[in-house]
Design a protein around this ligand. Structure first.
Ligand SMILES: *Cc1c(COP(=O)(O)O)cnc(C)c1O
Length: 353
């Protein structure tokens, strides 16, 4: 027997979540599979999402791997190219690229090939991360429209607060103003905008987190959106003990028992990707029943309160997140978001599909 931790990837849940996207919009769906498909395994995720209309990621080697695996859809590089040397590869593999900077246009100017590339020109509409400013955007648009190396142009922007009260109106208004009367396809919406801002769906939507079964909103559960968790991280109790009032648990003795209690030790720690910042009280399932973590998470183990679970024993199944234990609740208790937890699943955790 090996260490009992594992991540189960439920590919039928991934397909379900793509159907939720389809029901929400009639736009084409560019499935975002960056960061190893948010930690789920790139190739398997893309196979499950094979009827998406396109795939978006960052690393040109991953894009090439998808082409080599036979996927014919547009594959979009979300940060574009990082040097002019990459341009021949983009053309050879028919990869679609974001262009977000003047530097990238200059590299393109020095590229001799004709009519090769599909590009997504990015407007910085307020996030101030990537993209041309409102002042620069019209000239960049004209330049690319007539560029000898460019076959077609899609216009895009990205929202900073699609999941929150201020919403998308200011960014959407700026994008619409700058792209009015243009024939090019347009793309704006991430998961939160797909679910909350239909006015921003345009021609292509770009869902990420919702495909993986997590809610993009702090105040709405994934389940109520019809989303199913794709990754379930589970392990087992490997030790159970009784402690007395006043006894401490874990590094730093940050948890001290107020009365006698049962404590279980789970084979899962921060070296597996469970967040060390998950405080005492982080929800966790043991034998399908909800309880809480106690004390600090250590590298390979964490502790749980079994006081209300008299039947729990060594070998009892523990679900850290996923089926029955929404990852969004774990993320909240750890002061982070599900995205970070999913992406941080450690390579040492065996994955089962
Ligand atoms: C990551 C990303 C997305 C997907 O965002 P979610 O919140 O996961 O849906 C969409 N567009 C861009 C440009 C991104 O970087």
């Amino acid at each position: 027997m090996s260490r009992p931790i594992q991540a189960h990837i439920d590919l039928s849940a991934l397909r379900n979540n793509l159907r939720v996207v389809r029901r929400a919009t009639s736009a084409r769906v560019m499935a975002v599979v960056k960061a190893n498909a948010y930690g789920h395994g790139l190739l398997q995720a893309v196979e499950a999402l094979h009827d998406a209309d396109g795939f978006a990621l960052l690393d040109v080697r991953d894009a090439v791997a998808l082409r080599d695996a036979g996927f014919r859809q547009p594959i979009l590089l979300l940060e574009g190219y990082f040097s002019r040397d990459e341009l021949p590869l983009l053309a050879e593999y028919e990869l679609t690229t974001v262009i977000h900077s003047q530097q990238q246009i200059e590299w393109l100017d020095a590229y001799p090939r004709k009519n090769g590339l599909s590009v997504w020109l990015k407007l910085n509409s307020g996030m101030n991360r990537l993209g041309f400013s409102a002042q620069e955007f019209p000239a960049a648009m004209e330049r690319l429209k007539s560029h000898r190396a460019v076959r077609d142009v899609t216009l895009m922007t990205h929202f900073a607060q699609a999941d929150e009260a201020p919403g998308v109106s200011a960014q959407l208004a700026l994008f619409e103003q700058l792209t009015a009367n243009r024939h090019q396809p347009r793309s704006l919406a991430n998961s939160a905008a797909i679910l909350r801002h239909p006015a921003a769906h345009a021609d292509w939507v770009r869902p990420g987190i919702m495909l993986y079964g997590s809610s993009p909103f702090a105040d709405i559960s994934a389940e109520s959106l019809g989303l199913q968790p794709v990754m379930t991280l589970s392990s087992e109790l490997i030790s159970v003990r009784e402690i007395k009032a006043g006894d401490a648990v874990g590094y730093g003795a940050t948890f001290r028992a107020e009365r006698s209690m049962r404590i279980g030790t789970v084979a899962c720690g921060y070296a597996d990707g469970f967040p060390r910042h998950a405080a005492t009280g982080t929800p966790i399932l043991v034998d399908g029943k909800r309880t809480r973590t106690v004390g600090r998470v250590s590298m390979d183990m964490l502790s749980v309160d079994l006081s209300a679970l008299p039947d729990a024993r060594v070998g009892s199944r523990v679900v850290l997140w996923g089926e029955g234990m929404p990852i969004d609740e774990v993320a909240l208790a750890a002061g982070t978001i599900s995205y970070e937890l999913l992406c941080a699943l450690a390579p040492r955790v065996p994955v089962r599909r």
